[in-house]
Design a protein around this ligand. Structure first.
Ligand SMILES: Nc1ncnc2c1ncn2[C@@H]1O[C@H](COP(=O)(O)OP(=O)(O)OP(=O)(O)O)[C@@H](O)[C@H]1O
Length: 299
């Protein structure tokens, strides 16, 4: 067990008793119950200048599903996660996340999307001069929760991360792994419908990685959808029922469900030439110029 880590095995009880919210996986319609769609991506592409980092990506994610993104460095995993979070504009294609159409989204509506989506990015984006408690609490404060109500929730998730002895430590004095756990706690504390995680266990040792994967799985069990980019086979093996979307050079080269059936779209070179043109950029209501560094804020 990692030194200093206090594992709270009761998180599934204490945390979800506090939150009292399990995300519904089905909705009732005329044709009976259908799976609620959390993410729908249709021929999504993204360019950085002349370089197309994502090319014709198509897939769907139902509520409560767990999806891994795999692929070599530079394959486009982070770019896809940033697009789904509204931190990058949709250059081409369509994307809907938690009922929000990213093509039509106005800058002022991005915070609405972010209330439904929790993110853990590689560079953490925690506030270095604030305490662990304040960093985590902020995710609830921006959602309008009063300080008196948020304390128990914040303490429960900090305890689950094994950080209770560091609650009032300033984040810049924590180790990289501890800061990473603060970022994960912050992404989860509001019980988001969807968690987007980019190599969330990248700096952590094996025991801590396994512990945090247990926590991700508990959220998944309670109906939270998860999309996680990883290079780690151990992490993939933690969630055998998850689907895996493998990217290479911005394209989906394979996607398979836990039962081995294939999903997603694997475009051919003819479908998706390198010179994709900029003609469709004007389709998006939120262009690159509308984005600035603040859009990367993870709250
Ligand atoms: N802001 C940017 N400007 C120009 N090119 C970029 C930018 N961000 C990413 N890229 C390029 O887009 C491609 C995909 O990058 P991305 O970060 O999505 O890959 P990744 O699969 O997440 O890699 P890693 O596993 O190393 O995190 C890379 O070739 C990268 O250099």
């Amino acid at each position: 067990m990692a030194q200093g880590l206090v594992v709270d095995r009761s998180i599934s009880f204490s945390w979800f008793e506090l939150v009292r919210q399990r995300h519904p996986l089905y909705k009732k319609g005329e044709a009976g119950y259908t799976v609620v769609m959390m993410v729908k991506v249709d021929r999504l592409s993204h360019n950085f200048g002349a370089y197309w980092a994502l090319k014709d990506i198509s897939f769907t994610l139902g509520k409560g599903e767990f999806l891994f993104l795999t692929g070599h460095s530079g394959a486009g995993k982070t770019t896809l996660l940033r697009l789904l979070y509204g931190a990058l504009p949709v250059s081409r294609g369509r994307a809907t996340v938690a009922g929000v159409h990213l093509n039509n989204i106005k800058k002022r509506h991005v915070p609405l999307l972010r209330r439904k989506v929790g993110v853990v990015f590689q560079d953490f984006k925690i506030l270095p001069r604030k305490t662990v408690f304040d960093n985590v609490a902020m995710a609830l404060e921006v959602r309008g929760m009063a300080r008196t109500h948020l304390e128990r929730r914040v303490r429960a998730i900090i305890r689950a991360m094994g950080l209770e002895t560091k609650s009032y430590s300033i984040c810049e004095r924590l180790s990289g792994g501890e800061q990473q756990r603060v970022a994960i706690a912050r992404s989860m504390v509001a019980n988001p419908e969807l968690i987007l995680a980019d190599e969330p266990t990248g700096n952590l040792d094996f025991d801590l990685t396994m512990h945090l994967m247990e926590i991700f799985k508990q959220f998944h069990t309670y109906g939270t959808s998860v999309i996680m980019a990883t290079h780690s086979r151990e992490v993939l093996e933690c969630v055998p029922e998850a689907r895996i979307l493998h990217l290479e050079d911005g394209r989906i080269v394979s996607g398979c469900n836990a039962d081995g059936t294939v999903f997603g779209q694997s475009p051919t070179d003819e479908d998706c030439p390198d010179d994709m043109g900029d003609d469709l950029l004007s389709e998006t209501s939120l262009g690159p110029a509308d984005y600035d560094e603040d859009d990367e804020e993870t709250l």
